[in-house]
Design a protein around this ligand. Structure first.
Ligand code: UTP
Length: 302
């Protein structure tokens, strides 16, 4: 295995406007919307920590306070619970403040995911780093991020997570042109297209919200012009890194891990509802009552 620097830091962009979820996101970041009883972003921080990354940089924007408060101590609440001897709830309250070393950078103007990642340049320095989107949940049992870190250790460059979708869905996402490698679940990404015109997508493999980036991405992002939607797109920078002009000696090359596990998008209303129902059905403390209720509710709808 080549001697590439270890991945130790996670960057979680959470500064988007969340317009697909208005009015809930008028004063609350969409990453703070609960999935059952935890904000989505806590699951994402937990995933980073379970992949061995406990240095976590959150890119926040307007209404960032609730995010900072969530990962901080809550002395008054803790005192009140202690006075009641409610140790279970006290543990729940303290859990999020003890999870990781959480740092913050503010993205003043939400100029796109690529711009949000560029805000991490100073904190990250010259090491490879992971990017986890704060509204995209991956089942921790599927160990996607660990696999992506292994792939980076083996091949260098950057790594994206790819999921196969129906042809009619491809045009909503960033889509990858791919060729096989010796590893069955790893491909070389030869090109990336953000939201391809229907019928012109190079494959059915779309980029989902996990990345391991070579620090070379920062220099490329500084040069990347606003793309689709007037935003600086991370996909455009990765496309440059995947291109023939950008050699491995300069941190180029992009691999894709083919992911067949479970992913939950909490950034739009319909997928959020699906996520909530699935998590509710799988929670041992809720499923016993929730599942029969849901069955009856659906029967009554017929
Ligand atoms: P999205 O495109 O899903 O977020 O970005 P958005 O712009 O908030 O969504 P809508 O379309 O208005 O509903 C993916 C991730 O990148 C972050 C978002 O917070 C989300 O986690 N992001 C996006 C930033 O941090 N800054 C940006 O400028 C844009």
């Amino acid at each position: 295995m080549a001697d590439y620097a270890a991945v130790t830091k996670a960057v979680i962009p959470a500064a988007g406007l969340g317009t697909r979820f208005l009015p809930a996101t008028k004063a609350t970041p969409k990453e703070m919307l609960p999935v059952v009883d935890k904000p989505a972003i806590q699951y994402v921080v937990e995933e980073a920590v379970s992949a061995g990354l406990d240095d976590v940089l959150l890119i926040t924007g307007r209404s960032k306070r609730s995010i900072e408060d969530h990962f901080d101590r809550a002395y008054e609440l803790e005192e009140a619970l202690r006075a009641k001897d409610d140790t279970d709830k006290l543990a729940l309250v303290r859990e999020s403040s003890e999870l990781a070393h959480v740092h913050y950078v503010r993205q003043g103007d939400p100029r796109g995911l690529g711009h949000a990642v560029l805000c991490a340049a100073q904190h990250v320095g010259s090491q490879p780093f992971a990017v986890l989107l704060g509204d995209d949940l991956i089942d921790a049992k599927d160990r996607l991020l660990e696999r992506m870190i292994e792939v980076r250790q083996r091949y260098g460059g950057s790594v994206v997570a790819l999921m196969e979708v129906d042809p009619e869905q491809v045009s909503q996402y960033g889509c990858a042109s791919i060729s096989p490698t010796a590893d069955a679940d790893v491909v070389t990404v030869t090109d990336l297209v953000e939201k391809p015109v229907p019928g012109e997508a190079p494959s059915r493999w779309i980029v989902i919200g996990r990345y391991v980036c070579d620090p070379a991405v920062f220099d490329v992002l500084r040069e990347t012009q606003p793309g689709r939607g007037g935003e600086i797109q991370l996909t455009d920078a990765l496309k440059t890194l995947a291109g023939d002009d950008f050699g491995a000696d300069r941190g180029g090359g992009v691999r894709g891990v083919l992911f067949r596990g479970r992913r939950y998008d909490t950034g739009n209303k319909l997928d959020y509802l699906r996520t909530m129902v699935q998590f509710g059905c799988e929670r041992p403390d809720l499923a016993q009552e929730f599942v029969p209720w849901l069955r009856k509710y659906l029967d009554d709808l017929r």
